[in-house]
Design a binder for this molecule. Structure first.
Ligand code: ZN
Length: 422
């Protein structure tokens, strides 16, 4: 994951253009990926796909020819979607187009203007302070014209048609935690899923933020009924504790699975409620779709000082943090995969476990966790409560309960319920 992030870091991405295509080509060299192009002007729900933006170079140079601000040294220097400019102007003419970080004089901020034609440069305040009242040459060698929006889709079939939707945004330039960490994490997860057998099918989307999820939703309305769980992944490599944001419904299987995994295995992890702010979960959870899609991150958007600035670099994302998020995501998906509902076949009085080899014949001591897990399973399995429900109520790990459920199933004390496992 760290190596992929290093490869992708220098690329200038935006919500459209060749930077996104180059990024998707890299992902496609690691996992099966279908590339979709949606033409500029296409109506997607209540929005229209904008013109495509590409950039080759940009700079502000002093009268002696020295580049004071140079796109070649950091692609954050140009406001994303800047229209082309080629002019000579005074500092006071240029000043309304210059943006600095509100808190740190040495950081370059990240700015965009996707839906309003504009141009601008982002620079460190301490560089701005050196500008003098002379005439500068200002060049943005970009194109903003009809083309298309590009996104990538990776489908990994399972035994069932039920689908888990996993998405991340791919529209940010040289920023590491937001959004390269999400790209690297989902690429790695897909590479693992390709080689393992699983019940559920997985659809992973690598999409430009907002407009990309709207374009996918508009094109896939007939597929949405098969989505049984989903997670939007972003900002997964910074040092903040793991954070799961619930779906709009708040009680979906993925919400309960994530709460159980994070609360039982990760100290300091947070489970926060849904708010209609954030990443693409806003679109998936709009009331017309109301999909069971939560979001997994470490920091949430805007929560860390380096957010949307040049300090969100590769040093901020530590491999151990990425790895921990990947393991947590895997554990959440494992619960979604394996959760089932059972019925106790001998529900009148407790069945005798000892004669079935499930309980030691000498009594008197306190039950160990496995015995207690079996008693919980037998008590709660009336066809209405899943193993996950029991895990949440009993405070016993899903893994232990799922293992004990297998043993009770073998001993013919439990039967798989006809009720939906979801
Ligand atoms: Zn962002």
């Amino acid at each position: 994951m760290a190596a992929q992030m290093r490869d992708l870091f220098p690329i200038c991405r935006s919500i459209s253009g060749d930077g996104v295509r180059e990024t998707l080509r890299d992902i496609g060299s690691r996992i099966p990926l279908e590339i979709q192009e949606v033409a500029s002007g296409t109506q997607v729900l209540d929005r229209t796909v904008p013109d495509e933006w590409n950039i080759r170079d940009a700079y502000i140079s002093a009268p002696d020819g020295e580049r004071i601000v140079d796109f070649q040294s950091s692609n954050l220097h140009v406001m994303s979607y800047s229209e082309p400019v080629r002019a000579h102007m005074t500092l006071s003419e240029l000043r309304p187009h210059l943006f600095t970080h509100p808190e740190r004089a040495d950081w370059i901020p990240y700015r965009t203007s996707y839906y309003e034609r504009a141009w601008g440069f982002c620079l460190a305040e301490e560089v701005l302070d050196t500008l003098e009242h002379v005439e500068y040459e200002v060049v943005i060698d970009s194109t903003l014209e009809p083309g298309s929006l590009t996104y990538g889709e990776c489908f990994i079939p399972g035994d069932d048609d039920d689908v888990v939707l996993l998405t991340t945004h791919v529209c940010h330039p040289s920023l590491a935690n937001d959004n390269l960490s999400g790209i690297a994490l989902l690429t790695e997860l897909a590479a693992q899923l390709v080689h393992t057998r699983h019940r559920l099918s997985y659809r992973l989307l690598f999409i430009p933020g907002t407009i990309g999820s709207l374009a996918w939703l508009a094109a896939n309305r007939e597929r949405l009924a098969s989505v049984v769980a989903g997670i939007v992944v972003a900002c997964v490599g910074d040092p903040a504790p793991l954070t799961y944001k619930r779906t709009r419904r708040g009680t979906a299987l993925v919400d309960r699975a994530a709460a159980h995994v994070l609360e039982s295995g990760y100290r300091d992890a947070r489970v926060v409620d849904f708010v209609p702010w954030g990443w693409d979960e806003r679109q998936f959870n709009s009331p017309g779709f109301d999909l069971p899609v939560g979001s997994l991150s470490r920091s949430r958007e805007g929560e860390y000082a380096e957010y949307h600035s040049s300090a969100d670099d590769l040093d901020l994302v530590q491999p151990e943090q990425l790895e921990e998020t990947l393991l947590a995501l895997g554990a959440i998906l494992d619960v979604v995969e394996r959760n089932r509902t059972f019925t106790n076949r001998i529900p009148h009085g407790e069945p005798q476990l000892g004669k079935r080899g499930l309980y030691p014949s000498t009594g008197g001591g306190l039950p160990d966790v496995e015995r207690l897990a079996m008693l919980w399973l037998l008590n709660q399995s009336d066809g209405s409560k899943s193993v996950l429900d029991i895990a949440l109520r009993a405070g016993i790990s899903f893994d232990v309960l799922a293992g004990c459920a297998e043993r009770l199933l073998e001993a013919e004390l439990l039967a798989v319920s006809e009720e939906s496992r979801l």
